[in-house]
Design a protein. Structure first.
Length: 503
Protein backbone atom coordinates (compact mmCIF):
# COMPACT_ATOMS: atom_id res chain seq x y z
CA UNK A 1 0.00 0.00 0.00
CA UNK A 2 1.31 3.44 -0.93
CA UNK A 3 1.77 6.07 1.83
CA UNK A 4 -1.13 8.16 0.53
CA UNK A 5 -3.42 5.12 0.66
CA UNK A 6 -2.13 4.28 4.13
CA UNK A 7 -2.92 7.81 5.31
CA UNK A 8 -6.45 7.51 3.92
CA UNK A 9 -6.77 4.20 5.77
CA UNK A 10 -5.68 5.92 9.01
CA UNK A 11 -8.24 8.69 8.54
CA UNK A 12 -11.05 6.16 8.04
CA UNK A 13 -9.87 4.08 10.98
CA UNK A 14 -9.70 7.15 13.22
CA UNK A 15 -13.20 8.24 12.23
CA UNK A 16 -14.63 4.80 13.00
CA UNK A 17 -12.88 4.81 16.37
CA UNK A 18 -14.40 8.22 17.07
CA UNK A 19 -17.87 6.85 16.30
CA UNK A 20 -17.33 4.15 18.92
CA UNK A 21 -16.06 6.80 21.33
CA UNK A 22 -19.28 8.76 20.68
CA UNK A 23 -21.28 5.72 21.74
CA UNK A 24 -19.34 5.58 24.99
CA UNK A 25 -19.96 9.30 25.52
CA UNK A 26 -23.69 8.76 25.12
CA UNK A 27 -23.64 5.90 27.64
CA UNK A 28 -21.75 8.11 30.10
CA UNK A 29 -24.11 11.05 29.57
CA UNK A 30 -27.13 8.84 30.21
CA UNK A 31 -25.44 7.35 33.29
CA UNK A 32 -25.05 10.80 34.82
CA UNK A 33 -28.54 12.05 33.95
CA UNK A 34 -31.38 9.56 33.52
CA UNK A 35 -30.09 6.03 34.14
CA UNK A 36 -32.31 4.24 36.72
CA UNK A 37 -30.57 2.65 39.68
CA UNK A 38 -31.53 -0.80 38.46
CA UNK A 39 -29.41 -0.27 35.36
CA UNK A 40 -26.15 0.53 37.16
CA UNK A 41 -24.59 -2.91 37.00
CA UNK A 42 -25.46 -3.47 33.35
CA UNK A 43 -24.19 -0.01 32.42
CA UNK A 44 -20.81 -0.79 33.98
CA UNK A 45 -20.67 -3.92 31.80
CA UNK A 46 -21.62 -1.91 28.70
CA UNK A 47 -18.91 0.68 29.38
CA UNK A 48 -16.36 -2.07 30.02
CA UNK A 49 -17.29 -3.79 26.74
CA UNK A 50 -16.93 -0.69 24.61
CA UNK A 51 -13.71 0.20 26.43
CA UNK A 52 -12.30 -3.20 25.46
CA UNK A 53 -13.29 -2.52 21.87
CA UNK A 54 -11.67 0.93 21.93
CA UNK A 55 -8.50 -0.41 23.55
CA UNK A 56 -8.28 -3.09 20.89
CA UNK A 57 -8.54 -0.48 18.16
CA UNK A 58 -6.02 1.79 19.89
CA UNK A 59 -3.44 -1.01 20.03
CA UNK A 60 -4.13 -2.70 16.68
CA UNK A 61 -0.81 -3.80 15.06
CA UNK A 62 -2.19 -2.98 11.62
CA UNK A 63 -2.73 0.60 12.77
CA UNK A 64 0.91 0.75 13.91
CA UNK A 65 2.06 -0.62 10.55
CA UNK A 66 0.12 1.99 8.59
CA UNK A 67 1.27 4.74 10.94
CA UNK A 68 4.93 3.83 10.51
CA UNK A 69 4.54 3.71 6.72
CA UNK A 70 3.14 7.25 6.59
CA UNK A 71 5.62 8.62 9.14
CA UNK A 72 8.48 7.49 6.91
CA UNK A 73 7.01 9.25 3.87
CA UNK A 74 6.87 12.86 2.70
CA UNK A 75 3.19 13.15 3.66
CA UNK A 76 3.64 14.86 7.05
CA UNK A 77 5.09 18.03 5.49
CA UNK A 78 5.61 20.87 7.97
CA UNK A 79 5.22 20.21 11.73
CA UNK A 80 1.89 22.07 11.91
CA UNK A 81 0.26 20.63 8.80
CA UNK A 82 -3.00 18.75 9.36
CA UNK A 83 -1.25 15.52 8.43
CA UNK A 84 1.67 16.12 10.80
CA UNK A 85 -0.67 16.96 13.68
CA UNK A 86 -2.71 13.81 13.13
CA UNK A 87 0.41 11.66 12.92
CA UNK A 88 1.90 13.22 16.07
CA UNK A 89 -1.22 12.58 18.11
CA UNK A 90 -1.86 9.13 16.67
CA UNK A 91 1.71 8.15 17.59
CA UNK A 92 1.46 9.57 21.10
CA UNK A 93 -1.87 7.86 21.75
CA UNK A 94 -0.74 4.54 20.26
CA UNK A 95 2.47 4.45 22.28
CA UNK A 96 0.57 5.18 25.49
CA UNK A 97 -2.26 2.73 24.77
CA UNK A 98 0.11 -0.16 24.05
CA UNK A 99 1.70 0.25 27.48
CA UNK A 100 -1.61 -0.54 29.20
CA UNK A 101 -2.78 -4.19 29.20
CA UNK A 102 -6.31 -4.60 27.91
CA UNK A 103 -7.40 -6.28 31.14
CA UNK A 104 -6.29 -3.21 33.11
CA UNK A 105 -8.05 -0.82 30.71
CA UNK A 106 -11.30 -2.78 31.02
CA UNK A 107 -11.03 -3.05 34.80
CA UNK A 108 -10.41 0.69 35.05
CA UNK A 109 -13.46 1.50 32.94
CA UNK A 110 -15.67 -0.78 35.01
CA UNK A 111 -14.30 0.55 38.31
CA UNK A 112 -14.73 4.17 37.20
CA UNK A 113 -18.34 3.56 36.17
CA UNK A 114 -19.13 1.76 39.43
CA UNK A 115 -17.16 4.33 41.44
CA UNK A 116 -19.06 7.29 40.05
CA UNK A 117 -22.43 5.63 40.64
CA UNK A 118 -21.41 4.68 44.19
CA UNK A 119 -20.22 8.24 44.81
CA UNK A 120 -23.60 9.69 43.83
CA UNK A 121 -25.43 7.84 46.59
CA UNK A 122 -22.57 7.82 49.11
CA UNK A 123 -22.14 11.57 48.96
CA UNK A 124 -25.86 12.06 49.35
CA UNK A 125 -25.84 9.82 52.45
CA UNK A 126 -22.45 10.96 53.80
CA UNK A 127 -21.33 7.32 53.68
CA UNK A 128 -17.53 7.32 53.67
CA UNK A 129 -17.30 3.74 54.91
CA UNK A 130 -19.47 2.45 52.05
CA UNK A 131 -17.60 4.58 49.52
CA UNK A 132 -14.05 3.66 50.57
CA UNK A 133 -13.87 0.23 48.85
CA UNK A 134 -14.67 1.86 45.50
CA UNK A 135 -12.03 4.53 46.05
CA UNK A 136 -9.48 1.93 47.13
CA UNK A 137 -10.04 0.02 43.91
CA UNK A 138 -9.72 3.13 41.73
CA UNK A 139 -6.51 4.28 43.42
CA UNK A 140 -4.99 0.81 43.12
CA UNK A 141 -5.83 0.63 39.42
CA UNK A 142 -4.66 4.18 38.71
CA UNK A 143 -1.33 3.41 40.37
CA UNK A 144 -1.02 0.44 38.02
CA UNK A 145 -1.93 2.60 35.05
CA UNK A 146 0.58 5.29 36.05
CA UNK A 147 3.33 2.71 36.48
CA UNK A 148 2.54 1.14 33.10
CA UNK A 149 2.59 4.51 31.34
CA UNK A 150 5.76 5.81 32.98
CA UNK A 151 8.79 5.75 30.74
CA UNK A 152 11.73 6.41 33.05
CA UNK A 153 12.83 7.49 36.48
CA UNK A 154 10.30 10.31 36.82
CA UNK A 155 7.46 10.14 39.33
CA UNK A 156 4.59 8.05 38.02
CA UNK A 157 1.96 10.74 38.74
CA UNK A 158 3.31 12.61 35.70
CA UNK A 159 1.87 9.90 33.46
CA UNK A 160 -1.63 10.64 34.75
CA UNK A 161 -1.20 14.38 34.24
CA UNK A 162 -0.22 13.57 30.67
CA UNK A 163 -3.67 12.00 30.16
CA UNK A 164 -5.12 15.50 30.34
CA UNK A 165 -2.16 17.84 29.74
CA UNK A 166 0.30 16.78 27.03
CA UNK A 167 3.76 18.05 27.86
CA UNK A 168 3.12 18.93 31.51
CA UNK A 169 4.62 17.41 34.64
CA UNK A 170 4.17 17.81 38.38
CA UNK A 171 7.44 19.69 38.84
CA UNK A 172 6.68 22.47 36.37
CA UNK A 173 3.10 22.71 37.63
CA UNK A 174 4.26 23.04 41.23
CA UNK A 175 6.40 26.09 40.37
CA UNK A 176 3.34 27.85 38.93
CA UNK A 177 1.09 26.72 41.76
CA UNK A 178 3.46 27.95 44.47
CA UNK A 179 3.38 31.39 42.87
CA UNK A 180 -0.43 31.34 42.66
CA UNK A 181 -0.80 30.21 46.27
CA UNK A 182 1.48 32.95 47.59
CA UNK A 183 -0.48 35.58 45.65
CA UNK A 184 -3.81 34.18 46.84
CA UNK A 185 -2.78 34.20 50.50
CA UNK A 186 -1.53 37.78 50.23
CA UNK A 187 -4.67 39.05 48.48
CA UNK A 188 -7.00 37.14 50.81
CA UNK A 189 -5.32 38.68 53.84
CA UNK A 190 -5.81 42.20 52.44
CA UNK A 191 -9.45 41.54 51.56
CA UNK A 192 -10.28 40.17 54.99
CA UNK A 193 -8.64 43.19 56.63
CA UNK A 194 -10.32 45.63 54.26
CA UNK A 195 -13.22 47.97 55.06
CA UNK A 196 -15.88 46.66 52.65
CA UNK A 197 -18.02 43.56 53.14
CA UNK A 198 -20.66 42.34 50.66
CA UNK A 199 -24.17 41.28 51.63
CA UNK A 200 -24.71 37.68 50.45
CA UNK A 201 -28.49 38.01 50.94
CA UNK A 202 -28.48 40.14 47.78
CA UNK A 203 -28.29 36.87 45.85
CA UNK A 204 -31.16 35.12 47.61
CA UNK A 205 -34.79 35.03 46.62
CA UNK A 206 -37.51 32.80 45.24
CA UNK A 207 -36.10 31.14 42.11
CA UNK A 208 -38.30 28.37 40.65
CA UNK A 209 -36.28 25.88 38.63
CA UNK A 210 -38.47 26.34 35.55
CA UNK A 211 -37.89 30.10 35.58
CA UNK A 212 -34.17 29.58 36.10
CA UNK A 213 -33.96 27.26 33.11
CA UNK A 214 -35.76 29.75 30.85
CA UNK A 215 -33.45 32.55 32.02
CA UNK A 216 -30.33 30.44 31.60
CA UNK A 217 -31.26 29.24 28.12
CA UNK A 218 -31.74 32.80 26.92
CA UNK A 219 -28.38 33.92 28.29
CA UNK A 220 -26.30 31.02 27.02
CA UNK A 221 -27.88 31.33 23.58
CA UNK A 222 -26.88 35.01 23.55
CA UNK A 223 -23.32 34.01 24.41
CA UNK A 224 -23.23 31.83 21.31
CA UNK A 225 -24.24 28.33 22.45
CA UNK A 226 -26.21 26.66 19.66
CA UNK A 227 -29.18 25.05 21.41
CA UNK A 228 -30.16 23.48 18.10
CA UNK A 229 -27.00 21.41 18.46
CA UNK A 230 -27.20 20.91 22.21
CA UNK A 231 -29.45 20.69 25.25
CA UNK A 232 -29.46 21.35 29.00
CA UNK A 233 -30.43 18.77 31.64
CA UNK A 234 -30.01 18.18 35.38
CA UNK A 235 -27.26 16.14 37.01
CA UNK A 236 -25.65 15.75 40.44
CA UNK A 237 -22.45 17.34 39.15
CA UNK A 238 -22.70 19.71 36.14
CA UNK A 239 -20.79 18.56 33.06
CA UNK A 240 -20.49 18.92 29.30
CA UNK A 241 -20.62 16.00 26.88
CA UNK A 242 -19.87 16.04 23.17
CA UNK A 243 -21.73 13.09 21.70
CA UNK A 244 -20.72 14.05 18.19
CA UNK A 245 -20.81 16.90 15.68
CA UNK A 246 -24.05 18.78 16.15
CA UNK A 247 -24.65 17.29 19.60
CA UNK A 248 -22.90 19.00 22.53
CA UNK A 249 -24.88 18.74 25.78
CA UNK A 250 -24.57 20.49 29.13
CA UNK A 251 -26.11 19.88 32.54
CA UNK A 252 -26.70 21.94 35.67
CA UNK A 253 -28.41 21.78 39.05
CA UNK A 254 -30.86 24.18 40.69
CA UNK A 255 -31.23 25.89 44.06
CA UNK A 256 -34.82 27.12 44.63
CA UNK A 257 -33.54 29.96 46.83
CA UNK A 258 -31.13 31.49 44.31
CA UNK A 259 -30.56 31.31 40.57
CA UNK A 260 -26.85 32.07 40.95
CA UNK A 261 -25.50 28.53 41.32
CA UNK A 262 -27.39 27.19 38.31
CA UNK A 263 -26.60 30.21 36.17
CA UNK A 264 -22.87 30.16 36.72
CA UNK A 265 -22.49 26.40 36.52
CA UNK A 266 -24.40 26.63 33.23
CA UNK A 267 -22.19 29.43 31.92
CA UNK A 268 -19.14 27.41 32.97
CA UNK A 269 -20.41 24.42 31.00
CA UNK A 270 -21.35 26.70 28.12
CA UNK A 271 -17.70 27.72 27.91
CA UNK A 272 -16.82 24.06 27.44
CA UNK A 273 -19.62 23.63 24.91
CA UNK A 274 -18.59 26.69 22.89
CA UNK A 275 -15.12 25.20 22.56
CA UNK A 276 -16.56 21.88 21.38
CA UNK A 277 -18.97 23.56 18.97
CA UNK A 278 -16.12 25.69 17.61
CA UNK A 279 -13.76 22.84 16.76
CA UNK A 280 -13.21 22.38 13.01
CA UNK A 281 -16.08 20.16 11.88
CA UNK A 282 -14.23 19.14 8.73
CA UNK A 283 -11.66 17.40 10.93
CA UNK A 284 -14.13 15.56 13.17
CA UNK A 285 -12.96 12.04 13.90
CA UNK A 286 -9.26 12.91 13.73
CA UNK A 287 -6.91 14.45 16.31
CA UNK A 288 -6.79 17.70 14.33
CA UNK A 289 -10.47 18.21 15.20
CA UNK A 290 -10.16 17.50 18.93
CA UNK A 291 -9.36 19.71 21.93
CA UNK A 292 -5.68 19.56 22.83
CA UNK A 293 -5.99 19.56 26.63
CA UNK A 294 -8.36 19.92 29.54
CA UNK A 295 -6.57 23.07 30.77
CA UNK A 296 -7.35 24.76 27.46
CA UNK A 297 -10.90 23.44 27.87
CA UNK A 298 -11.08 24.82 31.41
CA UNK A 299 -9.67 28.15 30.25
CA UNK A 300 -12.81 28.56 28.14
CA UNK A 301 -15.25 27.62 30.89
CA UNK A 302 -13.52 29.54 33.68
CA UNK A 303 -13.06 32.61 31.48
CA UNK A 304 -16.74 32.82 30.51
CA UNK A 305 -17.87 32.05 34.06
CA UNK A 306 -15.65 34.48 35.96
CA UNK A 307 -14.04 37.05 33.70
CA UNK A 308 -17.00 37.65 31.41
CA UNK A 309 -20.16 36.70 33.31
CA UNK A 310 -19.23 38.21 36.68
CA UNK A 311 -18.18 41.52 35.19
CA UNK A 312 -20.04 44.87 35.41
CA UNK A 313 -20.56 45.11 31.65
CA UNK A 314 -22.22 41.69 31.49
CA UNK A 315 -24.70 42.56 34.21
CA UNK A 316 -25.43 46.06 32.96
CA UNK A 317 -26.74 44.25 29.91
CA UNK A 318 -28.51 41.30 31.55
CA UNK A 319 -29.75 42.78 34.85
CA UNK A 320 -33.03 44.06 33.35
CA UNK A 321 -33.79 40.54 32.12
CA UNK A 322 -32.84 39.09 35.51
CA UNK A 323 -35.20 41.53 37.27
CA UNK A 324 -38.00 40.55 34.92
CA UNK A 325 -37.56 36.86 35.69
CA UNK A 326 -36.83 37.30 39.42
CA UNK A 327 -38.81 40.33 40.70
CA UNK A 328 -37.08 40.31 44.11
CA UNK A 329 -34.03 41.74 42.31
CA UNK A 330 -35.93 45.01 41.83
CA UNK A 331 -35.06 45.77 45.45
CA UNK A 332 -31.37 45.04 44.90
CA UNK A 333 -29.09 47.72 43.46
CA UNK A 334 -26.89 46.36 40.66
CA UNK A 335 -23.68 47.37 42.44
CA UNK A 336 -24.80 45.56 45.58
CA UNK A 337 -25.63 42.50 43.46
CA UNK A 338 -22.24 42.58 41.71
CA UNK A 339 -20.35 42.93 44.97
CA UNK A 340 -22.20 39.96 46.47
CA UNK A 341 -21.66 37.98 43.28
CA UNK A 342 -17.91 38.49 43.55
CA UNK A 343 -17.63 38.00 47.30
CA UNK A 344 -14.32 36.54 48.47
CA UNK A 345 -14.82 34.12 51.31
CA UNK A 346 -13.13 30.78 51.95
CA UNK A 347 -15.65 28.00 51.34
CA UNK A 348 -15.83 24.27 51.86
CA UNK A 349 -17.00 23.47 48.34
CA UNK A 350 -14.67 23.90 45.37
CA UNK A 351 -17.42 24.56 42.83
CA UNK A 352 -18.77 27.39 45.01
CA UNK A 353 -15.38 29.01 45.59
CA UNK A 354 -14.56 32.55 44.52
CA UNK A 355 -11.78 33.38 42.07
CA UNK A 356 -9.25 34.23 44.77
CA UNK A 357 -9.58 31.04 46.82
CA UNK A 358 -10.50 28.64 44.00
CA UNK A 359 -6.89 27.92 43.08
CA UNK A 360 -6.17 26.96 46.70
CA UNK A 361 -8.81 24.23 46.40
CA UNK A 362 -7.07 22.96 43.28
CA UNK A 363 -3.56 23.14 44.69
CA UNK A 364 -4.46 21.08 47.77
CA UNK A 365 -6.11 18.43 45.56
CA UNK A 366 -3.00 18.40 43.37
CA UNK A 367 -0.87 17.74 46.45
CA UNK A 368 -3.20 15.02 47.75
CA UNK A 369 -3.57 13.06 44.52
CA UNK A 370 0.16 13.33 43.92
CA UNK A 371 0.71 11.68 47.31
CA UNK A 372 -2.01 9.08 46.64
CA UNK A 373 -0.44 7.94 43.38
CA UNK A 374 3.07 8.11 44.80
CA UNK A 375 2.10 5.83 47.70
CA UNK A 376 2.75 8.46 50.38
CA UNK A 377 -0.95 8.53 51.26
CA UNK A 378 -3.51 5.71 51.40
CA UNK A 379 -7.22 6.24 50.68
CA UNK A 380 -8.27 5.35 54.23
CA UNK A 381 -6.13 8.24 55.50
CA UNK A 382 -7.46 10.71 52.97
CA UNK A 383 -10.14 12.37 55.17
CA UNK A 384 -7.56 13.34 57.79
CA UNK A 385 -5.15 14.63 55.15
CA UNK A 386 -7.97 16.51 53.43
CA UNK A 387 -9.00 18.25 56.62
CA UNK A 388 -5.39 19.14 57.43
CA UNK A 389 -4.94 20.90 54.10
CA UNK A 390 -8.35 22.57 54.31
CA UNK A 391 -7.40 24.09 57.65
CA UNK A 392 -3.97 25.10 56.39
CA UNK A 393 -5.12 26.67 53.13
CA UNK A 394 -8.67 27.85 53.81
CA UNK A 395 -8.90 27.82 57.62
CA UNK A 396 -12.02 25.66 57.44
CA UNK A 397 -12.86 22.23 58.82
CA UNK A 398 -15.52 20.23 56.94
CA UNK A 399 -18.43 19.18 59.17
CA UNK A 400 -18.84 15.88 57.31
CA UNK A 401 -17.46 13.80 54.44
CA UNK A 402 -19.97 15.06 51.87
CA UNK A 403 -18.77 18.63 52.23
CA UNK A 404 -15.17 17.53 52.49
CA UNK A 405 -13.29 14.65 50.95
CA UNK A 406 -16.32 13.24 49.08
CA UNK A 407 -17.45 16.43 47.35
CA UNK A 408 -15.84 15.85 43.93
CA UNK A 409 -16.66 13.20 41.34
CA UNK A 410 -13.17 13.18 39.81
CA UNK A 411 -11.40 10.58 41.96
CA UNK A 412 -14.18 7.96 42.07
CA UNK A 413 -14.65 8.43 38.31
CA UNK A 414 -10.95 7.76 37.73
CA UNK A 415 -10.03 11.29 36.62
CA UNK A 416 -6.87 11.48 38.71
CA UNK A 417 -4.48 14.02 37.25
CA UNK A 418 -7.34 16.27 36.09
CA UNK A 419 -7.42 18.78 38.95
CA UNK A 420 -4.29 20.71 37.88
CA UNK A 421 -6.10 21.51 34.62
CA UNK A 422 -8.46 23.88 36.44
CA UNK A 423 -5.75 26.18 37.80
CA UNK A 424 -3.71 25.93 34.60
CA UNK A 425 -6.93 26.83 32.81
CA UNK A 426 -7.36 29.92 34.99
CA UNK A 427 -3.89 31.06 33.96
CA UNK A 428 -4.54 30.42 30.27
CA UNK A 429 -7.90 32.21 30.59
CA UNK A 430 -6.42 35.40 32.04
CA UNK A 431 -3.73 35.53 29.38
CA UNK A 432 -6.20 34.88 26.54
CA UNK A 433 -8.62 37.49 27.94
CA UNK A 434 -5.92 40.15 28.15
CA UNK A 435 -4.80 39.53 24.58
CA UNK A 436 -8.39 39.47 23.28
CA UNK A 437 -8.97 42.88 24.85
CA UNK A 438 -5.76 44.22 23.29
CA UNK A 439 -7.09 43.16 19.91
CA UNK A 440 -10.80 44.01 20.27
CA UNK A 441 -10.78 47.06 22.52
CA UNK A 442 -12.85 47.64 25.66
CA UNK A 443 -14.60 44.34 26.35
CA UNK A 444 -16.78 45.79 29.11
CA UNK A 445 -18.33 48.22 26.65
CA UNK A 446 -19.00 45.33 24.26
CA UNK A 447 -20.59 43.22 26.98
CA UNK A 448 -22.76 46.12 28.15
CA UNK A 449 -24.02 46.49 24.59
CA UNK A 450 -24.75 42.76 24.41
CA UNK A 451 -22.07 42.27 21.77
CA UNK A 452 -20.52 38.89 22.57
CA UNK A 453 -19.87 37.73 19.00
CA UNK A 454 -16.52 39.56 18.54
CA UNK A 455 -15.22 38.11 21.81
CA UNK A 456 -16.32 34.60 20.86
CA UNK A 457 -14.91 35.19 17.39
CA UNK A 458 -11.42 35.87 18.78
CA UNK A 459 -11.51 32.49 20.53
CA UNK A 460 -12.95 30.77 17.48
CA UNK A 461 -9.96 31.98 15.46
CA UNK A 462 -7.17 31.64 18.00
CA UNK A 463 -8.22 28.66 20.15
CA UNK A 464 -11.22 26.64 18.98
CA UNK A 465 -10.36 26.29 15.31
CA UNK A 466 -6.83 25.20 16.19
CA UNK A 467 -8.01 21.86 17.61
CA UNK A 468 -4.89 19.85 18.47
CA UNK A 469 -2.59 21.71 16.08
CA UNK A 470 -0.49 23.07 18.97
CA UNK A 471 0.41 21.53 22.31
CA UNK A 472 -1.09 23.61 25.15
CA UNK A 473 1.88 25.81 25.96
CA UNK A 474 2.57 26.31 22.26
CA UNK A 475 -1.07 27.26 21.70
CA UNK A 476 -0.97 30.03 24.28
CA UNK A 477 2.22 31.35 22.72
CA UNK A 478 0.72 31.24 19.22
CA UNK A 479 -2.44 33.01 20.40
CA UNK A 480 -0.85 35.62 22.68
CA UNK A 481 2.75 35.92 21.57
CA UNK A 482 4.02 34.93 25.02
CA UNK A 483 4.76 31.83 27.07
CA UNK A 484 2.28 30.90 29.79
CA UNK A 485 2.66 33.50 32.53
CA UNK A 486 0.91 33.34 35.91
CA UNK A 487 1.32 37.10 36.25
CA UNK A 488 -1.70 37.69 34.00
CA UNK A 489 -4.00 35.87 36.42
CA UNK A 490 -2.43 37.46 39.48
CA UNK A 491 -2.77 40.94 37.94
CA UNK A 492 -6.41 40.24 37.01
CA UNK A 493 -7.24 39.20 40.58
CA UNK A 494 -5.45 42.16 42.18
CA UNK A 495 -7.08 44.65 39.81
CA UNK A 496 -10.60 43.26 40.05
CA UNK A 497 -10.75 42.65 43.79
CA UNK A 498 -8.69 45.69 44.68
CA UNK A 499 -11.39 47.77 43.00
CA UNK A 500 -14.31 45.86 44.53
CA UNK A 501 -12.92 45.87 48.05
CA UNK A 502 -11.31 49.34 47.78
CA UNK A 503 -7.89 48.02 48.78
Amino acid sequence: MKPAEAYRWLLDYSTTTSLHRSMKSLLNWDQRTYLPKGGHSHRAQQVAAITALLHGRATDPEFAEMLAKVEASQIPGGPLSDEAVNLREWRRNYDRATRIPEALAVELAKAASQGELAWQSARRENDWKGFLPYLNQIISLKRQEAAALSTGGEEIYNALIENFEPGENAGSIRVLFDKLADAAFELLEKIEAGPRKPDPTALQGDSPASVQKTFIMEIIARLGYDLGAGRIDRSAHPFTSKIGPGDVRITTRFDPNSFVMALFSSIHETGHALYEQGLPAEHWGTPRGRPISMAIHESQSRMWENMAAKSPGFWKHFYPLARKQFPWLNKIDIDKFLFALNEVRPSLIRTEADEVTYNLHIIMRFKLERMLIGGELEPEDLPEAWNTWMERYLRLLPPDYSNGVMQDVHWPAGAIGYFPSYALGNMYAAQFYAKAEEKLGNLQEMFEAGEFAPFLGWFRQNVHSQGSRHLPRNLVKAATGEDLNADYLIAHLKRKYGRLYEL
